[in-house]
Design a protein around this ligand. Structure first.
Ligand code: CTP
Length: 405
């Protein structure tokens, strides 16, 4: 049953081409039983007419701060009190800036200041505007006040650019709101996730690493956060944007990842080893750049790195342990062997030989394995997959904890 039944959702629509997607969003929210009222900023009305939202929501659309039609002319206070959730989608760069600085210069920002309802914003803008330090800073301020930022997604944009900035699809936004209403499956839990590759130095200018992009681990951290977990991400070097509301510890080498994992897992409820930890590191790191003068070959002696996930699984008070298995053949057989050898509760296995999925791709297809059996997750977007996996993991963690009682 949808958690949105009879929920009063105030949807703020700000300027941007993604405003047309907000129309579909209203339809989906109503399908799930929510009652939706819409507030539009003045420039949003240049993209979609208020009449569209009036027809879809079945409610008058609000556009003016000073509304003589509202009781005592205080429309903003009435709307602020009415809302169970205030959702702003799309949220433009300008709106985020006004929200961050607590402005109240139109109806929407004023309602944001006046409401006690949880606020969720789904940004949409050009990728350069999203990555601009001013917007990053505004988002940090907003997130620090408990406002939930969902998205944006990566992809091609209306302006022709490609990058982060697309508003999430209506279904993804609706699912995020469902989590706000349920409070999240991992509320009160601490989740530690490792992500990305590690980088093992050879000398001051060279290192050994692998193809991991970190996308799957970051998507899992975002999903854990969405489910209400206190989320800690131990990240190897990646080019990914930091996640709002996720405590991120950056490391380079497997040894550094191990040290952080052992400290941060004390008291954690769930540990997910998603990092592609380099299996070997040079035995000696040269203090100076290795010169090639006269050397036709370079011999490096590599020694085995510590196994991070297996070391955490050996802790006396270990969290519920989830590992990944990156395989190129006999995927299920190797994954099951890792489940036992590393003393894990659950393994997520993927076939990294298939270039359409896995390492640098935005998509993945996996198997989830534990003592009870296997579940196949067909190829899908990594963020969506991460949400599905996190729900399954949370359900198993719950069962695991209730057996311990
Ligand atoms: N892992 C780890 N530390 C390592 C190696 C792997 O924590 N030094 C973790 C990974 O994060 C993953 C799981 O172990 O959760 C399996 O990683 P994978 O690369 O599939 O397997 P390996 O243990 O490295 O074994 P092999 O390379 O022989 O397949």
């Amino acid at each position: 049953m949808s958690g949105l039944i009879e929920k009063k959702i105030l949807l703020g629509v700000t300027a941007g081409i993604a405003a047309y997607k907000a129309a579909e969003l209203v339809r989906q929210l109503r399908q799930r039983g929510a009652c939706v009222k819409v507030v539009m900023t003045e420039s949003a009305q240049a993209f979609v007419s208020p009449l569209t939202f009036q027809a879809l929501s079945g409610q008058p659309v609000h556009t003016q701060l000073l509304d003589p039609a509202a009781e005592a002319g205080m429309g903003h206070i009435e709307l602020a009190k009415w809302a169970d959730i205030l959702l702003v989608a799309p949220a433009s760069a300008n709106f985020l800036a006004r929200l961050a600085t607590g402005q109240a210069n139109d109806l929407l920002t004023t309602v944001c200041l006046a409401t006690h309802a949880p606020i969720v914003v789904a940004p949409a803008m050009n990728q350069a505007m999203w990555s601009n330090p001013a917007t990053r800073h505004n988002c940090q301020i907003i997130a620090s006040r408990g406002i939930r930022i969902i998205g944006p997604a990566n992809g091609s944009q209306a302006c022709g650019d490609v990058g982060l900035g697309r508003m999430l699809e209506a279904q993804e936004i609706t699912e995020a709101l469902e989590q706000v209403t349920t409070g999240g499956l991992l509320m009160g839990k601490t989740v530690v996730i490792t992500a990305g590759p590690t980088r093992e130095p050879i000398d001051p200018v060279r290192y050994i690493t692998n193809h991991s992009s970190g996308k799957m681990g970051y998507a899992l951290a975002a999903a854990a956060r969405e489910e209400g977990a206190n989320t800690i991400l131990i990240s190897g070097p990646t080019s990914l944007e930091p996640l709002f509301g996720v405590r991120t510890i950056r490391v380079e080498t497997a040894r550094q990842m191990l040290d952080q994992a052992l400290v941060l897992s004390g008291g954690a409820d769930l540990f997910i080893g998603c990092a592609a930890v380099a299996d070997y590191a040079p035995e000696q790191v040269a203090l100076q750049k290795i010169k090639k003068d006269g050397n036709e070959a370079l011999n490096l002696r590599l020694v085995k790195n510590p196994d991070v996930v297996a070391a955490v699984a050996r802790l006396p008070e270990r969290p519920f342990m989830v590992g990944f298995a990156a395989e190129t053949e006999n995927v299920l057989q190797h994954a099951r062997e890792k489940l036992h050898r590393k003393n894990l509760d659950l393994v997520i296995a993927n076939d990294v030989a298939d270039s359409a999925i896995g390492f640098n791709s935005d998509r993945n297809a996996v198997w989830l394995l534990d003592a009870a059996g296997e579940i196949a997750y067909p190829e899908q977007d990594k963020r969506q997959l991460a949400r599905r996996l996190m729900q399954e993991i949370a359900a198993r963690l719950e069962r695991h904890n209730s057996r311990k009682l």
